[in-house]
Design a protein around this ligand. Structure first.
Ligand code: ADP
Ligand code: ZN
Ligand code: ZN
Length: 666
């Protein structure tokens, strides 16, 4: 096995001639390459290498002196070494292996989700950072905040939940916990949701810590991201603030991870590997003996359950330190109303406008714009097998269950009250805009959603003109909930809270509840005379009642009991497998074959739901089906699904994606 080229003998000292490279492809294997004679590369560097018939960029994950035992002539040579210095070390490599195992992907895919992907170094290595503002002074804590801080700092590691309404001063406690951790000589990770409007928190962190702070979020250019990453690696920055993927930042001697707005869905990755930053943070904190602090006004059901069990220490902040109280939430019954704006909401919009105030209207784009219900009693049609709402498919005129695949013709009369006034209704953005324009010709409005935010400068332009009073009504999706810091806003209307409640997803009630409470909490901040109007077809539903009363304890008690009865998380664990194909029959073929294989290998306490069409059954011309696998605990389920996924050969043109602990089943 002597290599033919003039590389040093395997026993000779000097740089290793072979490298093992992991690529971001769904093949869980590292490939061996030869380094060009004059080049060296360390573990943690990116390299470009021939892979099949193309070139690909991958990560060096190991070095070796000895030629592998395969035919040495077949070993290809690295084309380029892209990094002069490694971007990660053994800790990141171990975390990548854990991530790959947990979320059923290859180590290369895990690394590519974890690391910055810029192709080149910034042209100027000492690229100017924005000037860091002068360091802010800490505030004097209230007794409640002081007690919370003590509890957090009491141990070197451990988990604490800061539960408190918006404005109760959680941020200040997080900041002071971070300061104390830095004084111990340990580093800090401060995670915020991926929302354009969390800028205020990011700024507060960088103001407090000046140039020791690195910022990582999706808005950064790849080269800026890479240079921030290098500042963290070198230890120049030991406080990192950022969105989801910042949880992988190579902070050395990690002492604290903060997860602000812990309930936010954006902590879960929307593409493979579909990791949850909270889960990764828990893993890092236990491996690296760091403290984990989570906070929200509306904790996730998982976190609430851990707190009730006593495995997550809870600290309450009960007082709003900057004054203001959450405004009362007025519930408007939409049964018997025409259109999307009730008489009550329309009347209030007019009144606020006449008094020179501004309004915000919330819409929910993630909800379905079409759903089927009784206009007399508000009843919606549920699946007789799964007890989730059926979705109306206008094109086929069928009601469909997106968990089990059951379908039925829409009823002519309401099964609850017998009324013949049943049908579908539209509450989409366009519909509301049209209605607003027709009812209030003199009113100026603007729309703020993910599409707007994606256009550069557009978000700031709209927010500025709204703040300056040049827009009367701002129409927005959930993302506005974070940015509701507008003193001129007197009215917040939730156009149809049911859009999230009707989602065919077991988290629908939780999402609806937390949205309403977050909106109300924000709205009360600046206008004590402000009000929130919540429109719903189901004013009597417990979710609406608890949300309107902002009764967090009551909601979780009811919701967790329901989850326990129906066997949904946190009382079970789910792995979802999605099959995608341009051809519907290929997707069905794949999904059925997988479900059959699962039936043979899953542990006896596991259940297989489906195959069924995903609630969003097609996306850009691709059919989507899913099989939902559920078991009381993850262990056996995960082991057997992991084997199934590894061995499963999907039909041609059919792709399979796995989601461990999905937060959405859409
Ligand atoms: P939360 O993070 O819980 O939503 P914030 O951090 O936004 O709350 O705090 C709300 C307001 O209270 C902020 O304007 C903050 O400056 C102020 N605040 C927080 N702690 C104190 C304190 N100890 N003394 C005075 N003001 C405080
Ligand atoms: Zn009815
Ligand atoms: Zn069903």
């Amino acid at each position: 096995m002597i290599p033919e080229s003039p590389v040093p003998e395997s026993s000779a000292p000097g740089p290793a001639p072979f490298v093992e490279v992991a690529f971001p492809i769904p093949v869980d294997q590292a490939f061996t390459y030869r380094l060009p004679p004059d080049r060296t590369a360390a573990v943690g560097c990116r390299v470009e290498a021939p892979l099949g018939r193309r070139k690909a960029v991958g990560w060096v994950v190991a070095l070796s002196r000895d030629a592998p035992s395969v035919d040495p002539g077949s070993i290809k040579t690295i084309l380029r070494v892209l990094d002069p210095e490694p971007l990660f070390g053994s800790r990141t490599l171990e975390l990548a292996a854990w991530l790959a195992g947990m979320y059923l992907c290859s180590r290369g895919e895990a690394l590519s989700a974890m690391l910055p992907t810029a192709r080149r170094e910034p042209s100027d290595a000492s690229a100017p950072f924005e000037d860091y503002p002068p360091v802010d002074e800490a505030l004097v804590l209230s007794p409640e905040q002081e007690a919370a801080l003590k509890a957090i700092l009491g141990r070197k590691s451990g988990r604490t939940y800061l539960y408190g309404t918006t404005g109760s001063g959680k941020t200040e406690v997080f900041l002071q916990a971070a300061e104390a951790t830095l004084r111990e000589g340990r580093g800090v990770l401060y995670l915020v949701p991926e929302i354009a409007l969390t800028r205020q928190v990011v700024e507060a962190v960088s103001r407090r810590f000046g140039d020791r702070c690195a910022v990582l979020h999706s808005g950064l250019s790849p080269s800026r991201r890479l240079s921030e990453w290098r500042r963290i690696l070198s230890g120049k920055a030991d406080v990192v603030v950022g969105a989801r993927s910042a949880v992988f930042a190579p902070v050395s001697n990690l002492g604290l991870v903060v997860i602000d707005e812990e309930h936010e869905g954006s902590y879960k990755s929307g593409s493979s590997p579909r990791y949850h930053a909270r889960q990764v943070a828990m893993k890092r904190c236990s491996d690296e003996e760091a403290r984990l602090v989570l906070g929200s006004a509306t904790p996730s059901a998982e976190a609430w359950n851990l707190m009730s069990e006593g495995t997550l220490a809870r600290r309450d902040l009960t007082r709003r330190l900057a004054g203001g109280a959450p405004p009362a939430v007025e519930v408007v019954d939409m049964r018997g109303e025409e259109g999307a704006l009730s008489r009550r909401l329309a009347g209030e919009l007019a009144r606020v406008k006449s008094e020179g105030g501004q309004s915000i209207l919330f819409l929910n784009r993630r909800g379905f714009s079409y759903f089927f219900r009784c206009r007399s009693c508000g009843a919606e049609i549920r699946c007789r097998h799964c007890s989730v709402g059926l979705t109306y498919h206008k094109d086929r005129n069928r009601l469909l269950c997106h968990y089990c695949g059951y379908s039925e013709a829409p009823p002519r009369a309401c099964p609850e009250c017998g009324s013949l006034d049943v049908g579908w209704a539209g509450f989409g953005t366009e519909r509301v805009e049209e209605e607003l324009a027709a009812k209030f010709p003199g009113l100026s409005s603007a729309r703020l959603d993910a599409d707007t935010a994606a256009r550069k400068g557009e978000l700031d332009r709209i927010l500025d003109s709204f703040r300056e009073g040049r827009i009367d009504v701002l129409l927005g999706t959930q993302m506005v909930a974070k940015g509701l810091n507008f003193p001129g806003v007197k009215l917040v209307g939730i156009v149809l809270a049911d859009t999230t409640l009707n989602l065919p997803d077991f988290r629908a009630a939780e999402r609806t509840f937390s949205l309403v409470v977050q909106v109300a909490g924000r709205a009360g901040r600046f206008s004590p005379d402000g009000r929130v109007i919540l429109q719903t077809f189901r004013p009597e539903s417990p979710t609406m009642r608890f949300a309107a009363a902002q009764d967090v304890e009551g909601f979780y008690e009811t919701e967790l009991a329901a989850r326990r009865d129906l066997g949904f998380p946190p009382f079970s664990r789910i792995i979802r497998v999605v099959f995608r194909s341009r051809k519907a029959d290929r997707a069905w073929e794949g999904a059925r074959a997988f479900a059959d294989a699962a039936a043979r290998t899953l542990p006896p306490d596991a259940e297989i739901l489906g195959p069924a069409e995903c609630p969003i059954a097609s996306m850009a011309g691709t059919y989507r089906l899913h099989v939902v696998l559920r078991a009381p605990t993850m262990g056996g389920l995960h082991r057997s699904v992991s084997g199934l996924v590894r061995d499963f050969v999907p039909p041609p043109d059919c792709r399979l994606e796995t989601d461990v602990d999905p937060v959405s089943l859409l």
